[in-house]
Design a protein around this ligand. Structure first.
Ligand code: K7E
Ligand code: CUA
Length: 657
């Protein structure tokens, strides 16, 4: 061994000891890479990450790169922690044509955009089970609006938006008979009676108010995912479709018969023209439209009864099918708007379609006939090219804005980076395990901010300490600033993380609301000062106009409530300072707590079930004397003569002096 070799060997050994460089990706996060995800105490994260909560029905907010969980925003499921869906003010948010629905399954999050860039105003989420779309305000981080979708079931290809948030688009995953048709038909008549609908929800520029602008009626197949065109393809929307076999049973076999299903291209500008020209058919349909008012701190639910429907079969130039291999799932459009990526769940290649070629194919009628009245563009006429042997089971693709695409592979558990122009694979990184969606901040917009990539995994197996039969779902963070992806962090998520989006913290953090102005509080039951607090009997209803401020409720002693009464505690938090919520709970209430933000009024309904004394208390640690923030309510028998009385500060000890 010559001296050079010895020196090299020594260098390698000592280098190994000193830097503890890992040999494989599995150990990567234990190395110096962890430093990249480390956000020191007191320091802020660079990005907000809005992650779908899957079957929890909620949306969670994480910081990146730390992976710290900041907040779970209740959207489609009740949340006892925040009183969402339990307070009288928030119950209408969960109203539907089926009545109050306490749960849903939220799959996709989509941030609003202006000119194809994330603008930080709102984030949308979809309810998959009882079809709805929600809009969350990014000042208050509260759900502001929920609109139900008629003629739909399994609202999965949703809520994807156009580049100026003109529309939020939602396609039905399960085709069903139309709401105004007789639905009492044999399931075996799927082909005749079941229809697919895609919905276009308009969004008002300033307020964000949503409205169901129109729906397009389509053949009864499954619409899985979608993305809007952008730039040159602005005005178009793309949906992946499966079950073009129109099977109604054992879909795992029967909907995998055909070699190719479709990507559907929708010319929504054309559809708008038809709507303006009065080509829409008014169809009877019941659906709820719920809004939360920030001044009254109260949600209202309105039932709508009609929707405008365009028929894609008779209006030949709004929808086109493009063959796409093997039951496509993800349908993603690159930042230029030219390339549309279809990901066949069972495919071993990724087809990339060209918007220009699709346009020429439509011009020259390069069709392969029709599918149920919709023109089918020839595969080769729309295809830009195929990524060969990228991995197994491609699902979703995001972009870095530098000409690269990143696709997740469920079966082969990896993220694969490839070049959009030459379709060559550039890098691959393992995920642990079975990755579904992925997210690059701005990764579906015109301007990705490609520093990080987050993979959202379905299964974690051996990544975390065990927690009984179910293990946490998880996310994995990769640094993608270099040529090679480097995994730098694992972090657990709530529910099943499907899609997620991220936005630069700078865009949101200064706008974040600190408290509600008490002067602007126009809740019907607001109490603007302690002096106005009172208890009012109206028949068997008792309304308690209560205030909370550090560290007492007013009133805190209430008597004269009787069995058979229905009690409403309208609690106004008088604080005018950041981060001073008060909680409110009463023993035995078959309800949750209230968590009342500064300046807000929230109402808890309570029907006493027995005679006695019932403590009330503040549930959120608010001051050194938080533990003293308590009181009593006396419940007397029905027919008792105890009059309504209430007080604050009249204690036994004081009275005895
Ligand atoms: Cu999880 Cu978007 Cu519902 Cu794919 S979907 S993984
Ligand atoms: Cu108020 Cu604790």
């Amino acid at each position: 061994m010559n001296i050079t070799k010895v020196l090299l060997l020594l260098a390698a050994v000592s280098g190994g000891v000193l830097s503890c460089k890992p040999k494989n990706a599995g150990d990567a996060s234990a190395s110096g890479n962890a430093q990249k995800a480390y956000v020191a105490p007191g320091k802020y994260d660079e990005f907000y990450n809005f992650v779908s909560g899957g079957f929890s029905g909620q949306m969670s907010v994480y910081g990146l790169p730390s992976g710290r969980l900041f907040r779970v925003i209740p959207v489609f499921s009740v949340d006892p922690e925040k009183g969402y869906g339990y307070s009288e003010e928030t119950k209408p948010m969960l109203n539907t044509s089926h009545g109050f629905v306490p749960w849903d399954d939220l799959h996709h999050t989509e941030l609003s955009q202006t000119n194809g860039e994330v603008d930080g105003k709102w984030v949308f989420g979809n309810a998959n089970n009882t079809p709805r779309v929600a809009r969350i305000d990014l000042k208050s981080f509260k759900t502001s609006e929920i609109i139900e979708l008629p003629n739909s079931a399994g609202n999965h290809s949703s809520p994807f938006i156009t580049e100026n948030t003109e529309y939020v688009v939602a396609g039905t995953r399960f085709s069903v008979p139309a709401d105004d048709a007789n639905g009492d038909v044999p399931i075996s008549t799927y082909k005749q009676n079941f229809k697919g609908y895609v919905s276009f929800i308009s969004v008002k520029k300033e307020t964000g108010d949503m409205d169901l602008a129109f729906q397009i009626e389509l053949p009864g197949i499954n619409f899985d995912l979608s993305h809007a065109g952008k730039g040159k393809s602005h005005g178009w929307f793309f949906f992946s479709c499966y079950n073009t076999e129109q099977a109604n049973s054992l879909l795992e076999v029967n909907a995998s018969q055909k070699d190719k299903d479709f990507i559907m291209a929708v010319n929504w500008k054309k559809a708008e023209e038809y709507i303006k020209a009065g080509k829409g058919r008014k169809v009877k349909a019941n659906y709820a439209h719920n809004k939360y008012n920030e001044k009254t701190h109260t949600a209202t639910s309105e039932m709508k009864s009609e929707v405008l429907v365009l028929d894609a079969k008779s209006l030949k130039d709004i929808c086109y099918f493009i063959p796409c291999p093997k039951s496509p799932h993800g349908c993603d459009v690159d930042p230029t708007g030219e390339y549309i990526v279809g990901s066949g769940k069972l495919a071993a290649l990724i087809p990339v379609f060209s918007f220009d070629k699709i346009q020429s194919a439509i011009q020259s009628k390069a069709f392969d006939g029709e599918y149920d009245g919709i023109p089918v563009i020839k595969y080769d006429a729309a295809l830009y090219g195929e990524v060969k042997k990228p991995g197994l089971g491609p699902l979703h693709t995001e972009f870095d804005g530098k000409g690269n695409a990143y696709t997740t592979f469920f079966v082969s558990s990896e993220v694969v980076k490839w070049n959009i122009k030459d379709l060559k694979v550039l890098d691959r990184a393992p995920t642990f395990y079975s990755v579904g969606h992925l997210c690059i901040p701005g990764g579906d917009s015109k301007k990705p901010n490609a520093k990080y990539l987050i993979a959202y995994n379905k299964i974690t197996k051996d990544r975390y300490i065990p927690t009984g039969p179910e293990l946490t779902q998880s996310a994995q963070l990769y640094d993608i600033s270099g040529d090679k992806m480097e995994m730098i962090l694992d972090f657990p998520t709530i529910g099943e993380p499907h899609y997620a989006q991220a936005v630069s913290a700078d865009l949101l953090k200064e706008k974040s609301l600190k408290f509600y102005k008490i002067d602007e509080n126009s809740n019907k039951y607001v109490t603007k000062g302690e002096k106005e607090s009172k208890v009012v009997r109206q028949g068997n209803e008792v309304h308690v106009y209560m205030t909370s401020i550090r560290s007492h409720f007013s009133p805190d002693n209430i008597e004269g409530i009787k069995m058979g009464d229905v009690v409403y505690f309208h609690v106004t938090n008088l604080e005018q300072d950041w981060d001073v919520p008060h909680g409110f709970a009463v023993k035995g209430a078959v309800n949750a707590e209230l968590l009342i933000m500064p300046g807000e009024t929230q109402t808890l309904k309570w029907v006493p079930d027995r005679v006695g004394i019932f403590p009330i208390y503040c549930t959120d640690f608010c001051s050194a004397l938080h533990q003293e923030m308590q009181g009593y309510v006396r419940v007397s028998p029905k027919g008792s003569s105890v009059p309504i009385s209430f007080s604050l500060g009249k204690t036994n000890a004081v009275a005895n002096k």
